[in-house]
Structures are given as structure tokens and as C-alpha cells.
Design a protein around this ligand. Structure first.
Ligand code: KIV
Length: 267
């Protein structure tokens, strides 16, 4: 039996050094995690987008820690090679560092993730350091951080003007210095993402951040065409909603016509 070498922080660091790009996708359940792992992604993110892409909410804000733990545990069981990263949901890490460490610990212990991800810039530095002191690796997330969507006044590209671009640059360096092993850059101009990626030793993972990051992440049900969500940054690699519609219509027609089930499907 060949043993599968699990992706680690060091693997990701080596990939950045070698100029090998990192593929990351979201996963929320066992079978999808297994399929994406078999497909070769390096990182499976149990994102709080589960609230939108699975739960039908319009933001990630309603998602709770127990829900992420529930999904993370399934994903971790399905992953053989990929690193599993769990999102810390809204208000599970912003209030006190004690809460942040406890909640990150729960996600790692009960959800079996290998690392946690949290959103935010400089103000997150003490929180990142505390979580790391507990032995839990942290991925940062800058730019259009969805848990702050109302503060941004909507789903708007961040870092367009000189001041906010500099804030992203400074925050990225601060998160790296605090010990983050990678940073997601969401919805920022491609030139800014390139500058940030070049200025950091740790990998950047882009989403709506252009082609110059060290890796890419997408929300799997979006990229597979399940949710029907489209945006300029998304490439649809399949149209599974159409495939499912066709299959369901055929099933309904077969049941109604009596052509399924037949004797062949009987015990
Ligand atoms: O929750 C999530 O899926 C994310 C990605 C969009 C990066 O944070």
C-alpha cells in the first residue's frame, strides 16, 4: 500500500519557494472532500460560506461554531492528502483572545482540522499569536472579508485607493510577522495582490484577486455550477445544476410513467 504524504505547512511553504501554485477549494461534507482530495487539491477549506452555498443564507454571518465543527469533522474524514482548514465563524474570535483560543481549539479537537482561518488585519495580531501559542496554525484572510460585509457597505472590491491598498499591504506583513502560515486575499485588485504576494515569504491564496497569488481558492458549489452564483472572478468548471435538473426530471417522469422501478429493481 502506498502511503499518501499529507500536505503540511512546510509543503505549502516549499511550493511557494519552488513557484508551484497551490489549489484550494471549499468542502462541507465527506463525499465531496474525498472527491476533491482525489482530484489533487492541496487545501480543503471548511468555509463559513457553508451558510450561503449550503444553507441558503445571504451572508456568512449566521454561521455558528458548532455548525463548522459538524461539517469539518465530515471533511476531515474524507481527506487523505489535503490539509483541512476550518473557518472561525463571526464573533468566535473577535471578542476576547481567550474565546479565540478556546474556539480554535474546539475546531481542531472536535472538527479535526489541521489549521484555522480568521478574517481581519492588524487588530488580529494578538489573537493570531495567542492561537498559535496553543499550537494551532492560523491562516489569515484580507481584502473583502465577508464577515465585515455590512461595514464595507456591500460586496465591494477592497484596496482600490492608495490608503486602503496600503492597509492591505501593512496588514499582510503584520499577519506574517504574527505567524500566519498563509493568507487568503479576497476581492482586491490584481496589482495589489501581486505586490502583497511578492512582499511575503508565506503563500497568498487569491479569490477574486487576479492571477499573481501563490494559490487560488473557490467556493466549490459555485465553481461546479450548483449554486447558480456568477461573478467575474468565477470560472465554472461544470454546470451541475443542469445535470441535476435533467436527472431529477427523468426520475420524476420514470416514476410517473411506471418505467422505474421495474422487476429488475425488486427483491
Ligand atoms: O468561507 C469561505 O469559503 C472563504 C473563502 C471564500 C475564502 O472564506
Amino acid at each position: 500500500m502506498t502511503s499518501i504524504k499529507q500536505v503540511s505547512i512546510q509543503t505549502l511553504q516549499d511550493m511557494k519557494s519552488a513557484g508551484d501554485r497551490i489549489a484550494m477549494l471549499t468542502a462541507y461534507d465527506f463525499f465531496m472532500a474525498q472527491t476533491l482530495d482525489e482530484g489533487g487539491v492541496e487545501i480543503l477549506l471548511v468555509g463559513d460560506t457553508v451558510g450561503m452555498a449550503v444553507g441558503g443564507h445571504s451572508t456568512t454571518i449566521p454561521v455558528r461554531l458548532d455548525q463548522i465543527v459538524y461539517h469539518a469533522e465530515m471533511v476531515a474524514r474524507g481527506a487523505s492528502r489535503a490539509m483541512v482548514v476550518g473557518d472561525l465563524p463571526f464573533l468566535t474570535y473577535q471578542v476576547t483572545t481567550e474565546d479565540a483560543v478556546q474556539n480554535a481549539g474546539k475546531l481542531m479537537q472536535a472538527g479535526k482540522v489541521h489549521a484555522v482561518k480568521l478574517e481581519g488585519g492588524r487588530s488580529m495580531v494578538p489573537i493570531v499569536k495567542s492561537i498559535l501559542r496553543a499550537g494551532i496554525p492560523v491562516m489569515g484572510h484580507l481584502g473583502l472579508t465577508p464577515q465585515s460585509v455590512y461595514r464595507f457597505g456591500g460586496w465591494k472590491v477592497q484596496g482600490r485607493d492608495a490608503v486602503s491598498a496600503q492597509q492591505v499591504r501593512d496588514a499582510a506583513l503584520a499577519l506574517q510577522d504574527a505567524g500566519c502560515f498563509a493568507i487568503v486575499l479576497e476581492a482586491i485588485p490584481a496589482d495589489l495582490a501581486r505586490d502583497v504576494s511578492q512582499s511575503l515569504d508565506i503563500p497568498t491564496i487569491g479569490i477574486g484577486a487576479g492571477p499573481h497569488c501563490d494559490g487560488q481558492v473557490l467556493v466549490t458549489p459555485d465553481m461546479l455550477g450548483v449554486t447558480g452564483f456568477t461573478a467575474r472572478y468565477i470560472k465554472h468548471y461544470a454546470q451541475l445544476r443542469t445535470v441535476i435538473h435533467d436527472a431529477v426530471r427523468q426520475y420524476v417522469a420514470d416514476v410517473k410513467s411506471g418505467s422505474y422501478p421495474t422487476e429488475q429493481h425488486a427483491y
